[in-house]
Design a protein around this ligand. Structure first.
Ligand SMILES: *[C@@H]1O[C@H](CO)[C@@H](O)[C@H](O)[C@H]1NC(C)=O
Ligand SMILES: *[C@@H]1O[C@H](CO)[C@@H](O)[C@H](O)[C@H]1NC(C)=O
Ligand SMILES: *[C@@H]1O[C@H](CO)[C@@H](O)[C@H](O)[C@H]1NC(C)=O
Length: 433
């Protein structure tokens, strides 16, 4: 009897243990699942929002796929949330026509648009290119709201570091924010400059918000250099192993938007002969793809060891597409007469090798960098460039067309709309609205 009752008791015990374990498992599953889904539900207007990871990593933006991998590497994310995020890549979308669309600032209204981007002033007659807005396939992004953005930027500093396409984006943002001010005299360039091409540093202050939006010229992000050979001839090189020297002007900003791209396809770079340098060594020949990778790795190391990511949010803006037909920028390439975007995705160019290199470098970084993946978005817009309207009057024979920068208002306004969307989504971290 004893043994029997013992046996049945242990059977009962066994039974209850199994039931208890099952209940625990169900509870565990239920809560871990709801952890993943609830933030996506509460951010339905912007699907793909990730829960704030418990280890205080900065929040993640849905478009940045590798950034999500960085978070999951730290154990703060699950496969499920990542799938959702992938289902809304805000950079995967199309341009939709809206005849009632007003640009964020009226053509010709902003004194801070460089003449070279001021197509309206230079006589561009058509305006359909201003009636297009960016629409992601899988979700909505909020319409740009300058006042709301300024409130989020109160007391803060945002710096664009890169080439003239970042200058294009920076001028767009300054003008978009300015348009929301009643008293427009409350924004000014600190040295009262009215053209923004020759200097290496410009800073716009929005006085009522104690906020500044700056541009720092650094077209390669690494250092342009001069080297004297044995004969004493000095020649230009590019130091792939050295961060460009202006970093002390921005390393502690609240937001930094980097870019580098187009200069790597210019002649002297592209040939790669006796141009790239590391330490005392000048490469007689180095593939530009390899050089670009080394330069970005230098940049990545610098970011990882010098940026305090609690204080500073780092963005990298991707490659902006050019549309030269029948030649290059310096050999008669043109895009004039283009008044409509590409609508068939099949006609878009393949994703550029530079961005593949960038993605691979970013994926190995410690710092979470938000990648503004604008390549495809720009590739549609063969209608958005200044072409012959890059300066006033007739260009004269032999004048180059500009099919790489963008008319303002125009395409970069929508890069800033996405930037704005990032800030809105992360208001808890950045905002005081
Ligand atoms: C303005 O912002 C800077 C940081 O960008 C801060 O040091 C300063 O105290 C602020 N001034 C006011 C009046 O809020
Ligand atoms: C990083 O920035 C935060 C916020 O400004 C600050 O509290 C912290 O001390 C900084 N960390 C380092 C290592 O400087
Ligand atoms: C960026 O967009 C391209 C399409 O233009 C896509 O192929 C690529 O995977 C995207 N990269 C990331 C990290 O989302």
């Amino acid at each position: 009897m004893d043994t029997l009752s013992n046996l049945s008791e242990s059977k009962t015990h066994y039974f209850f243990t199994i039931i208890f374990t099952l209940i625990l498992l169900i509870f565990f599953f239920f809560f871990s699942a709801s952890d993943d889904t609830s933030p996506a539900i509460s951010y339905r207007s912007l699907p793909g929002h990730l829960p704030s990871p418990p280890n205080r990593l900065p929040p993640v933006f849905p478009g940045a796929r590798f950034a999500s991998k960085l978070v999951s590497r730290n154990g703060a994310n699950s496969g499920r949330a990542e799938e959702k995020m992938d289902s809304c890549d805000v950079f995967d979308g199309r341009w939709v026509v809206d005849q009632d669309l007003d640009p964020f600032y009226k053509q010709g209204s902003c004194p801070f648009v460089d003449d070279a981007f001021n197509c309206f002033k230079n006589g561009r007659p058509d305006s359909d290119y201003l009636k297009l807005k960016w629409k992601p396939h899988a979700c909505e992004i909020p319409r740009f709201n300058g006042l709301k953005m300024l409130k989020m930027l109160r007391g803060k500093r945002m710096v664009f570091v890169g080439d003239s396409l970042n200058r294009n984006m920076w001028e767009s943002l300054v003008c978009s924010l300015r348009a929301s001010l009643v008293d427009k005299t409350r924004v000014f360039e600190v040295s009262d400059r009215r053209q923004f091409r020759s200097q290496g540093f410009y800073s716009f202050k929005f006085k009522d918000f104690n906020c500044s939006i700056d541009f720092i010229k650094s077209p390669f992000l690494v250092q342009e250099w001069k080297f004297s050979d044995k004969a004493g001839t000095r020649r230009e090189t590019l130091r792939l192993d050295m961060m460009e020297g202006s970093y002390d002007k921005y390393y502690d900003a609240d937001f930094i938007v980097f870019n580098t791209g187009h200069w790597w396809t210019h002649q002297k770079t592209f040939k790669g002969k006796n141009y790239f340098q590391e330490g005392d060594h000048i490469y007689t020949k180095l593939e530009v793809a390899e050089a670009y990778k080394r330069a970005l790795s230098t940049w990545a190391r610098w970011v990882d060891s010098n940026i305090n990511s609690t204080r500073t949010t780092v963005f990298f803006r991707g490659y902006s597409a050019s549309h030269f037909k029948g030649g290059q920028w310096n050999s008669g390439g043109s895009c004039d007469g283009e008044t409509k975007p590409i609508t068939n995705e099949a006609h878009l160019a393949p994703y550029p090798w530079m961005m593949r290199v960038l993605e691979s470098v970013l994926s190995q970084m410690k710092t979470k960098v938000i990648y503004l993946n604008i390549t495809k978005m720009t590739d549609y817009r063969k209608d958005g460039h200044p072409s012959v309207f890059r300066q006033a009057g007739s260009m004269g024979r032999g004048g180059f067309q500009d099919c790489s920068h963008w008319c303002l208002p125009g395409v970069p306004d929508y890069w800033n709309e996405v930037l704005y969307a990032v800030l809105v989504k992360n208001q808890r971290k950045f905002g005081r609205d």
